[in-house]
Design a protein around this ligand. Structure first.
Ligand code: PMP
Length: 396
């Protein structure tokens, strides 16, 4: 059976990671992988996480199964983080299952959608995180794209987006990035979120909000404002969240799939289907990550520590955006890179061509994915000069 298989290409980002690791150039810079990095290029464990882990080691009483929905206290804390004060109003309509990462949440959501309507199409932004397309297709759903990023003007194709979403058939799903759009860094503003929320109600599509970077854009609350607006407007909504970035828990695989239904009875029925989906994929989620997040969010002291660490990550990213813009301008680069400073989160497209990306890798050991998406957090105050010189060289 296995001999019938044809080899598949490796994920371009994973290939890039491997090439970077092997590169012996002491000046090498990795702008490919989507993880936060500090000034030293490290992705350290947060102090709040370390303390919560010490507490857990001391206090964990059993390794028995935690149940299909995972840690229920964690689930409620996630609802609070996502919905803020809106949760009180929505509470009897909200159900959450803890999942293995944001990817697990999306895969569970995909199977849930399949059970609701096997003919549903999932509409995603052009471009989107590549895994969105594979994981919805893997669940047997059709994926279509709607215009989003304006490559030419480094902004949004908002009118085109709305015109396409107006045509979406009732019962389809529209995936929206809550904040820090991956890969473009371009987010909707409040007015635009209002328009999309009203459109969802009018047209009858179900929004699916992917929130993988809450706290990396403006603030925990601000980054959820679009999601909260939609939750206040529509009857049904799916939210897939991740604690990989904002808690730095990448390899612990912790996220959540939240459903908001039109009333409590529908929420209970939907939840039973969601849990049956979970049962048939991985039965029950792992405990560690949820326990860490719950411990942090249950303690005033650890929450404060986490907020400070999250603020530090966000401030660093935003500072680097300004630094990149200014450094490229200072090197006399003709192209306008001011858009980098207007975008959010870790990613932006540099907007340079394949040949220039290849030269950056070959001549300067600067690793960027083929789309020209860069992880801003890979730049530091130490390597910025080297980076800006290299970009100026390949562009001029
Ligand atoms: N959604 C988006 C847009 C992402 O960028 C990511 C991570 N790269 C995820 C979801 C999933 O994150 P994870 O599974 O690592 O929690």
């Amino acid at each position: 059976m296995f001999s019938e298989l044809k080899p598949l290409p490796t994920d371009p980002i994973l290939g890039l990671m491997a090439a970077y690791k092997q590169d012996t150039n002491p000046n090498k810079i990795d702008l490919g992988v989507g993880v936060y990095k500090d000034e030293h290029g490290d992705t350290p464990v947060l102090k709040a996480v370390k303390q919560a882990e010490a507490f857990r080691l001391e206090n964990e009483k059993t390794k028995s199964y935690i149940g299909l929905a995972g840690n229920l206290e964690f689930c409620h804390k996630m609802e609070q983080l996502l919905l803020g004060e809106h949760r009180t109003l929505l509470a009897n309509r909200v159900r959450t299952a803890q999942t293995p990462g944001g990817t697990g949440a999306l895969r569970v959501a995909a199977e849930f959608i399949k059970r609701c309507n096997s003919n549903a199409t999932v509409w995603v932004t052009t471009p989107t995180w590549a895994n969105h397309i594979s994981l919805f297709e893997a669940a047997g759903l059709t994926v279509k794209e709607y215009p989003y990023y304006d490559y030419e003007n480094k902004g949004l194709l908002f009118d085109e987006m709305i015109n396409t979403l107006k045509q979406v058939p009732k019962g389809d799903i529209v995936l929206l990035h809550a904040c820090c759009h991956n890969p473009s860094g371009m987010d909707l503003n409040e007015e635009q979120w209002k328009t999309v929320a009203e459109l969802a109600k009018e047209v009858g599509f179900t929004p699916l909000i992917d929130i993988a970077y809450q706290g990396f854009g403006s603030s925990l609350d601000d980054d959820a404002k679009g999601l909260r607006l939609i939750a206040d407007t529509v009857e049904e909504l799916i939210v897939c969240s991740s604690c990989s970035k904002n808690f730095g828990l990448y390899r612990e695989r912790i996220g959540a799939c939240t459903l908001i239904a039109k009333d409590a009875a529908t929420a209970d029925i939907s939840n039973s289907v969601l849990l049956s989906v979970v049962r048939s994929i991985y039965s029950m989620p792992p405990a560690h990550g949820a326990d860490i997040v719950n411990t942090i969010l249950s303690s005033e002291e650890l929450t404060k520590m986490w907020h400070e660490e999250l603020d530090e990550m966000r401030t660093r990213i935003n500072g680097l955006r300004t630094l990149i813009k200014n450094s490229l301008a200072a090197k006399g680069v003709d192209q306008d890179f001011s858009f980098i400073d207007r975008q959010n989160g870790m990613f932006s497209f540099l907007g340079i061509n394949k040949e220039q990306i290849e030269r950056l890798q070959k001549e300067y050991a600067i690793y960027i994915v083929g789309s020209s998406r860069v992880n801003v957090a890979g730049v530091s105050h130490t390597n910025i000069d080297y980076f800006a010189n290299a970009v100026a060289d390949v562009l001029n």
